[in-house]
Design a protein around this ligand. Structure first.
Ligand SMILES: NC(=O)c1ccc[n+]([C@@H]2O[C@H](COP(=O)([O-])OP(=O)(O)OC[C@H]3O[C@@H](n4cnc5c(N)ncnc54)[C@H](O)[C@@H]3O)[C@@H](O)[C@H]2O)c1
Length: 368
């Protein structure tokens, strides 16, 4: 096993001194972190989903209460459908009935769904409550809790309503990942590998070296790689808080992945599975444009992210049309993110439809 990769706590830097810490710590230490970063114990709101609440809600409530906090818990159903205006309204009703003040902290305990929904509620209630992210999925710990994007879905599309709103701190308890359902686990691996590919050759080497342990959720290894992968997102966000430029590199594999999700229908592939397949396609175009890219080496890891054997059943034309349609809806030209070397990404619109056909054919060729 390699040497230690990352500090367990680091600052997420934002303009105007609005830095906040990412802490790879324990949920049981959250009350003390609250005292340090939010203030004296008082009434607080805890929003979670039914699955996460059942696993970690009671002990967190007990720890908070023991420390003098008065947690008021609101539980939402789990799943993407919860990121809706109905559930947002339900949180508003609950919070306002509980008699909140501007200083009432709101803790979001769960995956990206709870983080996005409760984060948006915190941004909106009384024009902003102190928000604390307690991410419990791999995607949430290395990606969605970092960067301040909050929001809900609309029938016209995902994440169409929301706000940028930064938390007071993030506490990622890596041990909670042990209870994740298998598909949620492997889905998160795709985002972690993506971060290594676009920005961190050393992390990629570590993932490569320890891949068997990672697939088996080795606790010691996960404590190394989660904060390191989170730091990459934090670094990108620090340079581009409002998504004007650099943040685009985080979309490596996503333009292809969104097309899979759109055509297959949401829920057939998890987001991470679609991204894993999208990265195969993006690696193919990357290699076409940058022949020195060590394609075989990168594939050794990306190919091992489990995905359903369903991509080949989707016609390539439909996937490509979905890529262009998505862009047309946003009144833009289709751009994709590619790698010119391991650990470095760029955005380009220089590719042909033929390149995309070849990329999809390549991604499909890995299915048995
Ligand atoms: N804000 C951002 O920047 C950003 C970035 C990426 C993704 N997202 C959003 O994140 C969402 C996906 O997040 P997700 O993948 O975390 O999904 P999720 O929140 O739906 O969680 C996945 C499932 O795992 C369960 N779960 C969560 N933690 C668990 C644990 N420790 N043990 C057992 N079960 C657990 C949940 O109840 C849920 O059923 C999407 O809505 C996506 O749009 C947001």
């Amino acid at each position: 096993m390699s040497v230690s990769l990352a500090p367990q706590t680091f600052a997420i830097a934002l303009p105007h001194g609005r830095d906040y810490p990412y802490i790879a710590g324990k949920l049981s230490d959250v009350p003390a972190m609250m005292r340090q970063h939010v203030g004296a114990p008082r009434k607080c709101l805890l929003i979670t989903d039914i699955a996460v609440g059942a696993l970690y809600g009671d002990s967190l409530v007990a720890d908070l209460t023991q420390d003098g906090w008065q947690p008021h818990v609101f539980t939402v159903p789990n799943g993407e459908a919860t990121k809706s205006v109905d559930h947002l309204t339900a949180i508003f009703d609950f919070a306002l009935t509980e008699g909140i003040e501007r200083s009432t902290p709101l803790l979001a305990l769960g995956g990206g769904v709870v983080g996005d929904l409760a984060g948006f509620a915190a941004a909106s209630l009384l024009r902003g409550l102190p928000l604390i992210h307690l991410p419990t999925t791999l995607i949430a710990q290395v990606d969605s809790s970092i960067g301040g994007k909050t929001g809900i879905n609309h029938t016209m599309g995902k994440n169409l309503i929301g706000a940028f709103y930064q938390p007071r701190f993030i506490c990622a308890d890596v041990d909670t990942l042990q209870s994740l359902p298998e598909r949620e686990w492997t889905s998160g691996l795709a985002e972690m590998v993506k971060h290594a590919l676009i920005a961190d050759a050393d992390l990629f080497a570590y993932l490569e070296e320890n891949w068997t342990f990672i697939l088996a959720r080795d606790s010691a290894i996960m404590h190394e790689v989660v904060p390191r992968a989170a730091e990459i997102k934090a670094h990108v966000v620090a340079q581009d808080e409002r998504e004007k430029g650099l943040r685009a590199i985080l979309n490596f594999g996503h333009t292809f992945g969104h097309a899979i999700e759109n055509v297959a229908g949401y829920g057939t592939f998890t987001h991470g599975e679609a991204v894993a397949l999208g990265m195969l396609a993006a690696l193919h175009v990357s290699h076409q444009q940058n022949p020195d890219l060590p394609l075989e080496r990168l594939l050794q890891v990306v190919c091992q992210i489990p995905t359903p054997n369903l991509l080949s059943s989707i016609p390539t034309d439909q996937l490509i049309d979905a890529m262009y349609f998505d862009k047309k809806m946003k009144h833009g030209k289709l751009h994709i993110v590619l790698l010119d070397r391991l650990g470095h990404a760029y955005v380009t619109d220089t590719f042909s439809r033929q390149d995309l056909i070849a990329a999809w054919t390549f991604a499909k060729s890995f299915e048995t």
